[in-house]
Design a protein around this ligand. Structure first.
Ligand SMILES: CC(C)(COP(=O)(O)OP(=O)(O)OC[C@H]1O[C@@H](n2cnc3c(N)ncnc32)[C@H](O)[C@@H]1OP(=O)(O)O)[C@@H](O)C(=O)NCCC(=O)NCCS
Length: 140
């Protein structure tokens, strides 16, 4: 089965909850947060026989914000997140893309730099655990 990039379907909402717990231990969104996000915004999965990763985004007329991007632990370091970002870029070819990432999340920061994002600013004490956020952006 060739890989595909698809919108999260309503039947996948319960699984999304499980994926988020696996990918963000201690910081997973609960079912209500995920449902609310998907009702008002959008989510995509990377499917290759089974779902290997996902991204939750918010699109406005001017830009796209990535709220979450994750690869299921078993499939990391195989290019899944790169593929998801590449598909987001081609889905929104004319929009600036923004995201925030914890300063200590080096795998994610490397991924974003690798895919053409640059640092816009840092926000100290931004997250509930006191860590700094790095705001990054990529122009089309
Ligand atoms: C960050 C994350 C999404 C990367 O997913 P992935 O599918 O493993 O990433 P890829 O295989 O596409 O790697 C792409 C690039 O990211 C960087 N990268 C990925 N994992 C890395 C690691 N463990 N250490 C350092 N750099 C890493 C590298 O630059 C890599 O390019 P390279 O293979 O040419 O070196 C994944 O580790 C993850 O899901 N983490 C938990 C959730 C999270 O923190 N999400 C981001 C914040 S919202």
């Amino acid at each position: 089965m060739s890989p595909s990039f698809q919108l999260v379907s309503e039947s996948q909402w319960p699984e999304l909850c499980e994926w988020d717990s696996l990918c963000f231990p201690g910081e997973a969104w609960n079912e209500k947060m995920l449902r609310t996000h998907l009702e008002f915004h959008a989510g995509y999965v990377w499917l290759e026989t089974e779902v290997k990763g996902y991204a939750l985004i918010c699109e406005t007329p001017w830009e796209v914000e990535i709220f979450r991007i994750a690869t299921l632990p078993t499939y990391r370091k195989q290019g899944v997140a790169k593929s998801i970002l590449a598909h987001l870029f081609s889905t929104f070819p004319n929009k600036d893309i923004f995201l925030e990432v914890k300063e200590q999340n080096l795998p994610a920061i490397n991924l974003y730099k690798n895919m053409g994002f640059r640092i816009l600013e840092t926000r100290k004490n931004y997250y509930p655990d006191g860590s700094t956020a790095i705001l990054m952006t990529r122009k089309p």
